[in-house]
Each structure stands twice: as structure tokens, then as C-alpha cells.
Ligand binder design. Structure first.
Ligand SMILES: Nc1ncnc2c1ncn2[C@@H]1O[C@H](COP(=O)(O)OP(=O)(O)OP(=O)(O)O)[C@@H](O)[C@H]1O
Ligand SMILES: [Mg+2]
Length: 243
């Protein structure tokens, strides 16, 4: 049986921020194909930086990014990688640049060779799938924070990437929209890596959990993600929980 190389692989990645003496990330090894992964960790530990390295937006001091077993050497390689990986930025304002929602969502498909009619059709369908029917002509920069997040997600999904890298996708979402996003992510065929501080969100959407600790990427083995019913004395009776 032939074993396929992983979709994405990191080998011995070390990265130092400009002006800092010790590396932010050190000798990171990681691979992913079809998994649904959650990435947690304190502010500033390097989660977003790791995504930027995978996408070729930052160059590590040492180490390699591989796509389907091929080392990404230059910008041309990373352009190919960016067609297969969809990156949702932590800040939607960094992602959305067109005057209208339709133009933003259609930009990717047009770039990938769709005709204007096809790109429009894909965009309308993608927006509808995210509950954004009728948003096509809305002015992007006037959308609310949560709406921007969903439109930014639409700009990625419209390109049908193989793997989604989502940086804090549930930020700014109201509880109902957050639940809807959980349902959408569960239904998607694509694998994903989700950065979030929202553990319940990760528990609902991911099967593995990683964290960055002491510059290293570590798979959380001790605490598998799970949802649970809690049990304790007097649980049969109406009661309140402390904080
Ligand atoms: N261009 C840069 N120059 C100097 N320091 C940088 C640069 N880019 C990032 N950093 C630093 O690298 C560290 C990691 O940043 P990063 O955005 O990856 O953190 P994060 O884990 O995503 O945090 P958060 O949960 O707050 O989003 C931070 O301390 C940040 O200030
Ligand atoms: Mg971040």
C-alpha cells in the first residue's frame, strides 16, 4: 500500500522575532492531513506566527515547510501552497480589501480561473451557506465585527481549500452565530487547524488539541478534548454553581 505524504508538514522550525534574543518557536515538528486540530496557548506564545510561517508569510530562521512531501523553497512554491490552504486572519480588517462583499468573496475564485458568472455563483452560494444571503452588495468596511469575520471566512471557503487555518474564528460572534459556525465547521469536508481561546468551541469542532509551551508545539495528551455531563453530590436538586 502506498502511503501518501501528509498534506502539510513542519520540520524543525525555529523562528525568532526581530529584535529578540531567544527564539519564539524552537524546533517545531508537526504534520497534518485530514485532522481537525485545535491550537490553544497564552497571548503572545506564537500561535499566529506559526500560521504565518506555514503560509510562507514569515520565513523561519531554520527548518522547512512541506506541502504533500515537497519542501517549499521560494515564493513560487508558497503561492501554490496558498491555493490549497485557506488562512482566516485574526483581524478581519487585514483580510478584506474590496469595496463590496461580493467582490471580496469572488476575488479568490476569479484568481483561480473561474469566469465572472461562475465566481458570482460560487460567492452567492458560499455566502448563503454562512447565513449571509443578500450581503453581496453590502459595503465591506461598514460591516460589524462578527459579519466581517463571516465574510472573511466566505472569501476562504469560496476557494475550496484542502485545509483551513482559522485564527480565532469565533471572536466577535454572538452566541447564536457562534453555534451556527460550529455547525458549519462540523459539516465541512475540509480538515482544519483552529486557533482559539474558546475551549468549548474547540471541543465542539476539533478532535486533537495542541498548545505552544516553552517555544515548543506540544500535543495535549493528558486532556483529550471532550464534552461532558458533570456529576456531583446534590446534582438531582435544583442548584447554583459558584464561579
Ligand atoms: N514583527 C514582529 N516584530 C517583533 N515582535 C513580533 C513581531 N511579530 C510578532 N511579534 C511578537 O511575537 C510574539 C508572538 O506573537 P503572535 O501573534 O504569534 O502570538 P499569539 O500566540 O497569536 O497571541 P494572541 O493569542 O494574543 O493572538 C508576540 O510577543 C509578538 O509581539
Ligand atoms: Mg494570535
Amino acid at each position: 500500500m502506498i502511503t501518501l505524504p501528509p498534506l502539510i508538514e513542519l520540520r524543525n522550525i525555529t523562528y525568532s522575532c526581530p529584535g529578540r534574543t531567544s527564539p519564539l518557536l524552537k524546533e517545531i515538528n508537526f504534520s497534518s492531513s485530514k485532522e481537525r486540530i485545535g491550537l490553544i496557548g497564552p497571548n503572545g506564545c506564537g500561535k499566529t506566527t506559526l500560521f504565518q510561517i506555514i503560509m510562507g508569510l514569515l520565513t523561519p530562521d531554520k527548518g522547512e515547510v512541506l506541502l504533500q512531501g515537497r519542501i517549499m523553497k521560494d515564493e513560487k512554491d508558497f503561492r501554490l501552497l496558498r491555493r490549497k490552504l485557506g488562512f482566516l486572519f485574526q483581524n478581519s480588517d487585514d483580510q478584506l480589501f474590496s469595496p463590496t462583499v461580493l467582490e471580496d468573496v469572488a476575488f479568490g475564485p476569479l484568481n483561480l480561473g473561474s469566469s465572472p458568472e461562475e465566481a458570482r455563483e460560487i460567492s452567492v452560494r458560499t455566502l448563503e451557506g454562512l447565513g449571509l444571503k443578500g450581503f453581496e452588495e453590502r459595503i465591506t468596511h461598514r460591516l460589524s465585527g462578527g459579519e466581517k469575520k463571516l465574510v472573511a471566512l466566505a472569501t476562504i471557503l469560496s476557494m475550496q481549500p484542502d485545509l483551513l487555518l482559522l485564527d480565532e474564528p469565533s471572536n466577535n460572534l454572538d452566541p447564536e452565530t457562534r453555534e451556527r459556525l460550529i455547525g458549519i465547521l462540523k459539516d465541512l469536508d475540509q480538515a482544519h487547524i483552529i486557533i482559539s481561546h474558546d475551549l468549548d468551541f474547540l471541543a465542539s469542532t476539533c478532535s486533537h488539541l495542541y498548545t505552544i509551551e516553552d517555544q515548543k508545539l506540544i500535543r495535549c495528551k493528558a486532556k483529550q478534548i471532550h464534552s461532558h455531563d458533570h456529576i456531583h453530590p446534590y446534582g438531582d436538586h435544583p442548584h447554583q454553581h459558584g464561579t
